[in-house]
Design a protein around this ligand. Structure first.
Ligand SMILES: [Zn+2]
Length: 523
């Protein structure tokens, strides 16, 4: 997904206290502690996970957080917040039939945010040392220039409940050897699928993140977030014909997911099959067609064409076309759209957002009518709205902005076969690539990675180099049919906005659009 907007909270600026991560000092400090976070966990598992991923409170105590909040409000700002993070990223890359690269990184530090009306001060330090953090808090405080703020509230631990719990999260409970083995298995399966598959690249990447959010209103909440995935890319070659296919699996999953739910063999095979299918694909004839988009990742279209225009910064600044459309018909009558951070096992889900607001399911479009926007704290407050748990940030180095979580079109009534059967001459998009929307005029363009012609209600020949273009303003008004086969893609999406990247889920059932412009090389 491409960045599709470029808004900043007013007056907000990054100020780095240090140029470089000093994670090394923390890497050895991983053994802890007597906190009771995993009430529903088996104690032994909780202890093991605690050791592998230390909580932020290992490094930053409650009295220290209270001191930082006091400094941050030292110039009289209304609101201050401390966001601490300890993240472990690992990646294993198999290329040219062998393990080529291993990456391991720790990202840890603290961001201090101060809000005073519409003005935001943000400073961070790439460490947990109090001298640097006090300095960061002072810098953030400088946006306000009054007397000291009133007395702070005492902390109350958030009662937010995680939408699902992992007892053995894959990033922590699979060993390095097991992760490498999974990547090698996907590679072997892709190569074994067809002799024309000549190149395969597989990446197993995962993230284990511990966060702490505390603010001057007394909020105190911790969360642990885990995502893991296998991405396979296969290239099939036949003479001068060269085609690439891709497949991804994973999500916020347990350590046995890749053996139980989707094996690496399946992922590797899917990538190879897509590449091989494209070898026999013909070029699409450009024109306007009925288009059917398959379930799951096809929801990237609603994310780009619709979701971004609901984000609270664009609404508050009135730069979004949806700003004046609340309560109006914006989609065809059969369309319901949700942004839902509680979807089980999705990379877009969490217990609390990056401002500590408990996850929720927001019904943003009901029977075609626009019913809601996506708010963070700042933009919500400035417009008299509650946060909808859409305040998200890439890391402690970034201030939160309104972002989607898992965005999807709800299931409809039709069978996918009936939808396809109703199309005389059209295009079936089984798998989508990336896409982007120009925020200025709403024009969008999407690459389709796997597409077929629909002739007399049946899927026929594969077509290649297909792009879908249109305008975000009316695309969802052209939804003519919805399948009963909703699928939420929990492993693929990474959304970029203002230089910040966040994992997201997207989803939809099979969707029939009455008409869309299909670009191809054949005129
Ligand atoms: Zn996006």
């Amino acid at each position: 997904m491409m960045p599709s907007s470029s808004f900043h909270p007013p007056g907000c600026a990054h100020i780095s206290r240090r140029d470089f991560v000093r994670g090394a000092a923390l890497a050895g400090a991983g053994v802890v502690l007597s906190r009771v976070v995993y009430d529903a966990w088996e104690p032994a598992l909780a202890a093991a996970a605690e050791t592998a991923l230390p909580a932020v409170t290992t490094f930053l105590k409650q009295d220290q957080v209270a001191e930082l909040l006091k400094i941050a409000r030292g110039k009289g700002a209304k609101f201050a917040e401390v966001y601490g993070e300890y993240t472990i990223n690992t990646a294993f890359v198999v290329d040219e039939n062998e393990l080529k690269r291993v990456q391991y990184g720790i990202l840890s530090g603290v961001g201090v945010r101060v809000l005073d009306g519409g003005v935001c001060g943000y400073a961070y330090a790439d460490e947990f040392g109090m001298p640097a953090l006090r300095e960061a808090a002072k810098v953030a405080a400088a946006i306000a220039a009054k007397d000291a703020a009133g007395p702070p509230k005492s902390f109350a631990v958030s009662k937010a409940v995680a939408p699902f719990k992992l007892s053995r999260p894959a990033p922590l409970f699979s060993t390095e050897t097991e992760k490498i083995e999974l990547a090698l298995r996907a590679n072997q399966a892709a190569r074994a699928k067809d002799p024309r598959v000549k190149q395969v690249q597989v990446t197993l990447a995962d993230t284990a993140k511990a966060i702490l959010i505390a603010n001057s209103e007394g909020l105190w909440v911790e969360d642990r977030q885990f995502i893991s995935r296998i991405a396979a890319q296969a290239t099939a070659i036949d003479g001068t014909n060269r085609q690439t296919g891709a497949a991804i699996s994973g999500g916020a999953v347990e350590d046995d997911y890749f053996d139980r739910a989707e094996t690496p063999e399946k992922t590797g095979t899917r990538a190879a099959e897509a590449a091989v299918t494209l070898l026999s694909a013909v070029e699409a004839k450009a024109g306007s067609y009925p288009v059917v988009i398959g379930p799951g990742w096809g929801g990237v279209l609603v994310h780009e064409c619709f979701g971004h225009s609901l984000e609270g910064d664009g609404i508050r600044k009135k730069t979004s076309i949806r700003e004046h459309q609340f309560g109006q018909k914006v989609c065809s009558d059969i369309v319901d759209i949700y942004d839902d951070s509680t979807v089980p096992n999705s990379r877009g889900s969490f217990k609390v957002d990056d401002e500590g607001t408990p996850s929720q399911k927001s019904h943003v479009v009901e029977k075609g009518i626009l019913k809601g926007y996506l708010w963070d704290r700042l933009n919500g407050e400035l417009t008299g709205n509650q946060s909808t748990a859409n305040g998200r940030r890439t890391s402690y180095r970034d201030f939160p902005i309104p972002r989607m979580t898992n965005t999807y079109i709800a299931a409809g009534q039709s069978s996918p076969e009936d939808l396809l059967g109703s199309v005389k001459n059209g295009v079936y998009c089984k798998n989508m690539g990336g896409g982007s929307v120009n925020p200025a005029d709403g024009n969008f363009s999407f690459a389709v990675t796997e597409a077929y012609m629909i002739e007399n209600g049946r899927i026929t020949s594969p077509v290649k180099d297909v792009t879908l273009t249109g305008n975000a303003a009316d695309s969802m008004l052209k939804v003519e049919g919805l399948g009963n086969d909703l699928h939420i893609d929990q492993c693929t999406g990474t959304c970029g906005k203002d230089g910040q990247f966040k994992p997201v889920g997207v989803g939809q059932p099979t969707v029939l659009f009455s008409e869309m412009t299909v670009g191809g090389t054949r005129g």
